[in-house]
Design a protein around this ligand. Sequence first.
Ligand code: ADP
Length: 208
Amino acid sequence: MFMRLILLGPPGAGKGTQAQRLVHHYGIIQLSTGDMLRAAVAAGTPVGLKAKDIMASGGLVPDDVVIGIISDRLEQADAKDGFILDGFPRTVPQAEALDRLLQSKDFALDAVIELRVDESALLQRVENRVAEMTERGEQVRADDKPEVLSQRLASYRALTEPLIRYYSERSKLLTVDGMMAIDDVTRDIRRVLRRSGVPMSKFGVRRW
Ligand code: ADP
């Protein structure tokens, strides 16, 4: 399948989980700026050094930094077959930069999937993630703490939420109820994509 998608939603909405499932189902790659930045922090690269404290406090890494990361990543061969962006764009200037990037490559964006979740559920979800990761012996994210989550939510509301309008005005927005069980959310994403005729084979034939 061939698709260029964005997953949009607040922290804890389930973007990463759903992106993984779309990767398996449609055979396209996931590009998560959060994962890329965490890898940069772990490797101690110049980008990582810049991002570390900002991420740990729940703020947003400067636009030019993440735009640079995504721009480099889209140059790689595997991005030609489509991708799911998870965690990018996160601000209107990032969305504008993405539009320019895609235009310069003659790429079109197919859809933006908004995972809509009640804010009151987010803290519990992040707490569950922390408990699960601890149980598996994995390192817990530095920003998965209640006090940081409220800052991440504030960043989301102020800077990322305007993207809902941005993409709705461009007729790209597909909204899915992210409060349902994981499998039901996955099914609904596939349904709204099918209904809007987005999944295409690499040969340009629309598949239903
Ligand atoms: P979340 O679960 O909060 O959506 P992510 O893994 O997507 O988490 O991102 C973690 C952190 O990485 C963010 O809080 C932010 O500091 C930084 N980050 C990730 N993507 C971006 C971006 N596109 N622009 C700015 N900062 C970003």
